[in-house]
Design a protein around this ligand. Structure first.
Ligand code: ATP
Length: 378
């Protein structure tokens, strides 16, 4: 079992200059075996949350519950959790084998032979048996991180806590290790909290992702839920690359008015905006949802500033008024700098946010289950 509940967790750091609320009343329930990614910009409280769960940091208030038992006041070694750090934290004077077995030696009554057996079995499963006699100084970054992961795995914990474990690796190795780590986690089926500031890692690795900003939980959901159905403008802007385009608009009571164009809403969306009783709104549209199209009443003409061909797709950069926008179009469309194009933001792809609070008023249509069933049935 490894069902973890973070209940009303608050962590305040204080000194003579004042207080910093690093984590603010955080509530997250993580299922046994789930891979949860904590993601957010630098300073949003990810590491502090993880350190509170690990017991490396005391909580100001709130509780950490593992399988219905509070571990809030337990020492880190008594929580049955294993942490993996960004900088590997291996002992330089010990071999990989000694590093991997060290935790077991210090916290269990296992004999030396039993520890060696566990280390060798884990190393075999991870494909790092040939590294066991090497010291960290003789290992590459990727090998060191595998040893650090192995050290966590041999302890057979109920929960893995990983703090940006792939950040020190180069881009290619990071992508490879991302897949390895996911496969390993699925194979071991151990509850995992994985901290990263990288939204691509969050999107590709997590069963669910929890998006934090300024110590507060903004949204928790599957990667696709957070991508297509963001709770607010912050999540909409943080998840996805290139980022969602945002246009400041005024609700006239009939249409959305930008300084350079008007956008006509469907009757249903108009009602949603009316119900919110706001005047200033933000229209959001993802780059891939902007369609080259002239025959739509909402079509606008734009002038291409720059294009970035990537092969399968091309990023097209343009301005709408003062706002820099990006569209991503199929790579075989012939578009060049200076071209004038008609584009539209389809009704079922737009997001509308409250212009003041950033809270979502309406999201784009998103029905993943329907689509999956359709493709199976056809
Ligand atoms: P990063 O990705 O940069 O590590 P993070 O999201 O993990 O950021 P935290 O390290 O949890 O953020 O920090 C959250 C806030 O708490 C920041 O404002 C940070 O400066 C502050 N903070 C963290 N640790 C301490 C500490 N020991 N003493 C005082 N303030 C701290």
């Amino acid at each position: 079992m490894g069902e973890l509940n973070i209940n009303h967790l608050t962590k305040v750091f204080g000194d003579d200059d004042g207080e910093i609320v690093a984590v603010d009343d955080l509530d997250i329930a993580i299922e046994d075996g789930e891979f949860l990614v904590l993601v957010g910009p630098s300073g949003c409280g990810k590491s502090t949350t993880l350190r509170c769960v690990a017991g490396l940091e005391s909580v100001t208030s709130g509780n950490i519950i593992l399988d219905d038992e509070s571990v809030t006041n337990r020492k880190p070694k008594d929580r049955n959790m294993a942490m993996v750090f960004q900088n590997y934290a291996l002992y330089p004077h010990m071999t990989a084998q000694e590093n991997m077995g060290f935790g077991l030696k210090m916290t269990t009554n296992l004999s030396k032979a039993e520890i060696n057996q566990r280390v060798e079995d884990t190393a075999k499963m991870m494909g790092i048996s040939e590294l066991l006699d090497d010291r960290p100084g003789n290992l590459s970054g990727g090998q060191q991180q595998r040893v650090a992961l192995g050290r966590a795995i041999v302890r057979e914990p109920e929960v893995f806590l990983m703090d940006e474990p792939l950040s020190n690796l180069d881009a290619k190795l990071r992508t490879q290790m991302r897949t390895e780590l996911q496969e390993l986690q699925q194979h071991l089926d151990v509850t995992t909290i994985y901290v990263t500031h990288d939204q691509t890692e969050a999107m590709t690795m997590g069963d669910r992702i929890a998006v934090l900003n300024r110590g507060e939980l903004q949204q928790i959901g599957t990667p696709l839920e957070c991508y297509h159905q963001p709770n607010n403008r912050f999540v909409a802007g943080f998840i996805g690359s290139p980022s969602m385009n945002f246009l400041a608009m005024r609700w006239t009571g009939q249409t959305l008015e930008h300084t350079t164009f008007e956008y006509h809403l469907s009757e249903q969306t108009m009602q949603q905006v009316r119900d919110m009783g706001v005047e200033q709104v933000t229209l959001g549209i993802r780059p891939e949802d902007i369609q080259p199209e002239a025959n739509d009443p909402n079509a606008i003409t734009i002038t291409v500033n720059v294009t970035e061909p990537l092969g399968d797709m091309t990023y097209v950069y343009f301005d709408i008024g003062d706002t820099a926008c990006t569209a991503s179009v199929p790579g075989d469309l012939s578009i060049s700098e200076g071209d004038r194009l008609s584009v539209t933001f389809p009704q079922d792809r737009i997001h509308i946010f409250d212009g003041n609070t950033g809270k979502v008023i309406t999201n784009r249509t998103f029905r993943p289950t329907d689509k999956a069933n359709q493709s199976v049935n056809t």
